[in-house]
Design a protein around this ligand. Structure first.
Ligand code: DP6
Length: 354
């Protein structure tokens, strides 16, 4: 009788928020980006926890449960991740006959997000990164996070950055097979221990325009995007890497906000236009501007991905004049309420749907 043993491994991966945004693919199948980009992972608080298991005793087809509901695993993105990981395991098994043959067994994956799924909080990034890392652990692969980023990228582009914590750049690469389009660490989170982020959940609804279809329409129709690709992003990448290296919050904040503005401008310039930010998002921009005006310098920086939720960066020393003021000010904007405030890490401020 075949071995009925259940093999399993668990891991977590953090949500990452781009401070220099990825938008546009030069290869939609391999998720190869048109632009270099850089993110900051939001440690510990916002994450996907995933367990991967395999056994001859499982039903024959692979399965994935996300927050207790069954997900389709037959899509090309998930299949690409499974295929790549199985082939790495098969190569290991071929080189060492004492290893159990796990590469042919059905997989059962169980994932939990502790934040709203698909509402512009990079759920697919943490999700695919955790899935890839969990299966790599199950298969006892010795691959580095950068090597695994090549696989996670095929699940969701931004997922390649969630294999790391801290500050991570996703290199465009030049090869057609995507083998050099990888995530690399710019600095670990410990490099800038006073950095804080506050998450403002303006809506937990699923976004209307998915990143994939949105970015393809932008590339096809927005002339502003051309300028962004040729001039704006290369400049912002250089400035951002320098700001992080020097722990220069004013420079970090300025580039973060200008990047967010540039990205959402290309969304508006898309035909038909894409609108991810809503009135509550703009209220958050106003509050950050007021805070910075009062402080006489940039002490808070907003950024928005493909959804209305804001991430506001600040340094620990400015907690009262940033996080305190944001919570106070937005508390009076209809629809907002605060929840689960943890001063040491990423805070989550929740709001009813608007
Ligand atoms: C605005 O990684 O979700 O958050 O590769 O199609 O899965 P796919 O797109 P996705 O796009 C993220 C876009 C962004 C910016 C960013 O995270 O860099």
């Amino acid at each position: 009788m075949a071995d009925q043993k259940i093999y399993q491994a668990s891991t977590t991966a953090p949500v990452n928020i781009a401070v220099v945004k990825y938008w546009g693919k030069r290869d939609p199948k391999l998720n190869l980006p048109q632009l270099l980009n850089l993110s900051n992972s939001l440690q510990a608080d916002l994450r996907t926890h995933t367990t991967a298991a395999c056994s001859a005793s499982f039903p024959a087809s692979d399965s994935l449960l996300l927050n207790s509901s069954p997900q389709d695993v037959t899509g090309a993105r998930t299949q690409a991740c499974f295929r790549e990981l199985r082939s790495l395991r098969a190569a290991l098994e071929a080189s060492d006959s004492s290893l159990p043959e796990l590469s042919t067994l059905p997989l059962k994956i169980v994932s939990e997000n502790n934040f709203p799924t698909a509402a512009g909080l990079a759920s697919s990034a943490a999700g695919f990164a955790a899935l890839v890392r969990a299966i790599a652990n199950l298969y006892e692969l010795s691959s580095s996070p950068t090597e695994l980023s090549r696989i996670a990228r095929q699940g969701s582009g931004s997922a390649c950055r969630s294999l790391f914590g801290g500050y991570v750049a996703w290199q465009m690469g030049t090869k057609d097979d995507g083998s050099d389009s990888l995530a690399v660490e710019v600095a670990p989170a410990s490099h800038w221990p006073t950095m804080r982020a506050l998450i403002l959940v303006a809506s937990a609804k699923q976004k209307k325009v998915s990143s994939t279809s949105g970015m393809q329409t932008t590339v096809a129709t927005s002339e502003l995007f051309q300028r962004r690709a040729e001039i704006v992003v290369p400049k912002h990448m250089k400035e951002m890497e320098k700001a992080i290296k020097e722990k220069d919050f004013e420079a970090f904040g300025r580039v973060t906000m200008m990047e967010s503005n540039s990205f959402h401008s290309t969304c508006s310039d898309t035909f038909p236009p894409i609108r991810y930010m809503n009135d509550v998002s703009w209220a958050a921009v106003g509050v950050v501007e007021d805070i910075n005006r009062k402080a006489g310098k940039i002490v808070a920086a907003y950024t928005f991905d493909a959804g209305p939720n804001a991430v506001i960066y600040y340094e620990e020393a400015n907690t009262d004049i940033v996080a305190g003021v944001v919570k106070g000010a937005l508390g009076s904007v209809s629809g907002w309420e605060s929840r689960d405030i943890k001063p040491q890490a990423s805070d989550v401020l929740d709001a009813a749907d608007v």
